[in-house]
Design a protein around this ligand. Structure first.
Ligand code: ZN
Length: 459
């Protein structure tokens, strides 16, 4: 049995555990980091020049207010959508016909809130179709293409929205550019939505359609405000950390499921939280000088974003956002007031930070879409009281499996600490299930692992 202790990132747990638990010695042991060369090469292909070029064009449309002009070729949201579509179509040329793009539109009526007249709402969607016809899994990366002024109803004045959310939009486009030249068994959707600033309209449009049509979305990586490296007031400058917000429990965790979660102490293992944990590990595996900070919240205090539309429809979704926000730039008209430069302009974008942040998206999308599907019927044996743990499962429905990782962590640990490898469909571990959490992932030849599955009770 091989034992891959892939980067566990437990260093910061410090010396509290020294000598206390056998597992804690792992903290200071050597870690084997096994990279997939294809993913490594793709991450390295993301580049600052390409990001800057697209960003420069994006901010040239004046405003991207969802309420702005839809018929001009050079200004407003109509021109923006058409340009993003043209970029996706350009990338599609090297995809062997697998990348297809369109603008998904809906007529949205005045809602008495942030939409004061009927508008055509349009999400620009590029789909990189999976190569395995039996693999129905879908992985989504999103950003919002719309921007806003201080007054969200002002649809005329300049609103460059370089960071909010030009950064997320450009990251989505860059991932599409690089990944469309490669093929994956599962499907990846690159989407830039509209209407975020008017009430997450484009995201709700897409998420409710996905639910109604039963899309098998396993992960949504929503990128919103992730290209600037500093804060106002506290004046922190840092492009080495990035936040991943995730909810603990899903709206679908009700009734018996909720009781089970409470009984087994699984409050920290909901699907979105599990996804955040996965993103942290895989992201830090491929992108250097970037620490992913999991925030145990769906979003920032009393604020929201497009991933909320997906979590409310029962999907696993996270928000990816820069470490420190600058409120003199966000949702602010460009002006100078009391010596402070307000406005969300391109000069404030740290393209090296945006490169790294795009990289963690790409690494995760690629790793998920290359990986086999999740193992089926993962169970933890509870037939009798014992001080060991017996796990068993069935092979995934799709994908070529090489083996399985059994993940293990202390109940108080935010990240998985041990990763044990087996090629069989069960494993017995000399650790009590009372004291640790376990999960199982399917992994292929090139080391791409599925999302982890927490075991159900097996009698
Ligand atoms: Zn935003």
């Amino acid at each position: 049995m091989k034992n891959y202790n892939i980067k566990t990132n437990t260093k910061k747990l410090g010396c509290f555990f020294i000598g206390m638990m056998a597992i804690a010695t792992n903290v200071f042991s050597q870690q084997i980091i096994k990279k997939d060369v294809e993913i490594d090469a793709m991450v390295k292909e993301i580049n600052v020049d390409s990001l800057r070029q697209n960003m420069t064009k994006l901010v040239s449309f004046g405003t991207r207010s969802t309420l702005s002009n839809q018929s001009s070729n050079t200004k407003g949201i109509g021109a923006t959508r058409a340009w993003i579509l043209s970029r996706f179509n350009e990338y599609a040329k090297s995809s062997n016909g697998r990348l297809t793009a369109f603008i998904d539109t809906i007529t949205y009526k005045a809602d008495g809130k942030r939409v004061n007249r009927p508008i055509i709402l349009g999400n620009v969607v590029a789909t990189l179709k999976g190569t395995d016809p039996n693999d129905k899994r879908v992985f989504v990366i999103s950003g919002h293409l719309d921007s806003r002024r201080s007054n969200e109803m002002d649809s005329v004045g300049d609103a460059p929205g370089a960071n909010d959310d030009g950064s997320g939009t450009i990251a989505v486009m860059e991932c599409a550019r690089v990944m469309s030249k490669h093929s994956f068994p599962a499907t990846i959707i690159f989407v830039t939505v509209s209407g975020e600033e008017q009430g997450l309209l484009g995201a709700y449009f897409m998420a409710s359609k996905a639910k109604k049509e039963n899309w098998k979305i396993e992960a949504v990586l929503n990128n919103d405000i992730m290209g600037s490296n500093n804060s106002n007031e506290t004046n922190i400058i840092d492009n080495t950390r990035l936040r991943i917000f995730s909810e603990g429990l899903s709206v679908t965790d009700t009734g018996k499921t909720a009781t089970q979660i409470r009984n087994l102490g699984l409050e920290n293992d909901g699907r979105s939280r599990q996804l955040a944990r996965y993103i942290k590990e895989v992201g830090e595996r491929y992108v250097e000088n970037l620490q992913l900070m999991m925030i145990y919240r769906n979003d920032r205090f009393l604020r929201g974003g497009d991933h909320s539309a997906f979590v409310e429809n029962g999907f696993a979704a996270v928000r990816i956002t820069e470490m420190n926000e600058n409120y003199t730039r966000q949702h602010q008209d460009i002006r100078v007031e009391n010596g402070i430069n307000y406005g969300d302009v391109i000069e404030h974008i740290d393209f090296e930070y945006l490169r790294k942040n795009s990289g963690i998206n790409l690494a995760n999308l690629a790793n998920l879409a290359k990986a086999p599907a999740i193992p089926e019927e993962v169970k933890i044996d509870v037939k009798k009281l014992t001080n060991s743990t017996y796990l068993y499962w069935k092979a995934p429905k799709t994908g070529i499996v090489k083996g399985y990782y059994i993940l293990m962590r202390e109940t108080t640990s935010p990240v998985w600490q041990k990763k044990l490898y087996t090629e069989s469909l069960d494993m017995s571990l000399p650790f009590s299930k009372d004291n640790y959490f376990f999960a199982v992932q399917a992994v292929n030849e090139t080391g791409n692992e599925s999302l982890p599955v927490m075991p159900a009770v097996g009698r």
